[in-house]
Design a protein around this ligand. Structure first.
Ligand code: ZN
Length: 204
């Protein structure tokens, strides 16, 4: 089911926070772009922000994996979004998991001002742990949409971003080939297989 927007009333603006959360390859950014393009069609003034560290394809566009894009502004900190959102109706935030925790307060302040805030981000990191400020944003939002990828092992809905590389750094961007979308069953099975293999290596 598609998300349906509230009716537009420009004289009596009502702010809200919407979250689009999911694993890698789940179509989060595509859904963000879809909502923001519909807001533009409705004649609303839209600004889009992303953390400055996400330079994977383009410096000034939110680019989804299927290459539909929309102009966006890279910002170093969440609080810069407040400074740059003076006269807008809708604020989009992509890759929200990489922002500092101030993003939670920024979303609240914007929504309290009457702005519709649409936030997309990874709900979990590669270890299956809640990612950065996403839990708090989801808890304080009016609407949360979870989107899912497809498990490459079994074809069921996937909600884990399994990392193939042996690297514990949390921030590894753009290396699409290093991640595989997995469902819970396959994530548990492959994670425990890997642990067993590592144990065997250590014993030899
Ligand atoms: Zn599976």
């Amino acid at each position: 089911m598609h998300f349906l927007e509230n009716s537009v009333d420009l004289r009596n603006k009502r702010g809200s926070v919407e979250v689009i959360a999911g694993s890698m390859f789940s179509g989060k950014t595509e859904e963000l772009i879809r909502r923001l393009k519909r807001a533009m069609i409705a004649g609303l003034k839209v600004e889009i922000f992303k953390p400055a560290l996400d330079k994977r394809y383009s410096d000034d566009c939110v680019v989804s994996h299927d290459e539909r894009s929309i102009p966006s502004t890279p910002v170093e900190t969440a609080s810069m979004i407040l400074l740059l959102s003076g006269d807008v109706d809708v604020v989009g935030v992509d890759e929200a998991q990489f922002f500092d925790n101030a993003i939670v307060e920024v979303c609240r302040v914007l929504a309290d001002r009457g702005i519709r805030v649409v936030v997309a981000g990874l709900d979990m990191d590669f270890a299956g742990k809640p990612f950065g400020p996403m839990p708090e944003i989801m808890a304080t939002a009016e609407y949360v949409t979870k989107v899912h990828a497809i498990c490459v092992e079994c074809g069921n809905l996937a909600n884990y971003s399994f990392r193939l590389a042996d690297d514990d750094r949390l921030v590894m961007l753009g290396e699409k080939e290093l991640y595989r979308p997995l469902c819970r069953n396959c994530y548990v099975r492959i994670s425990s297989d890997n642990k067993d293999n590592q144990g065997a290596d250590n014993n030899s």
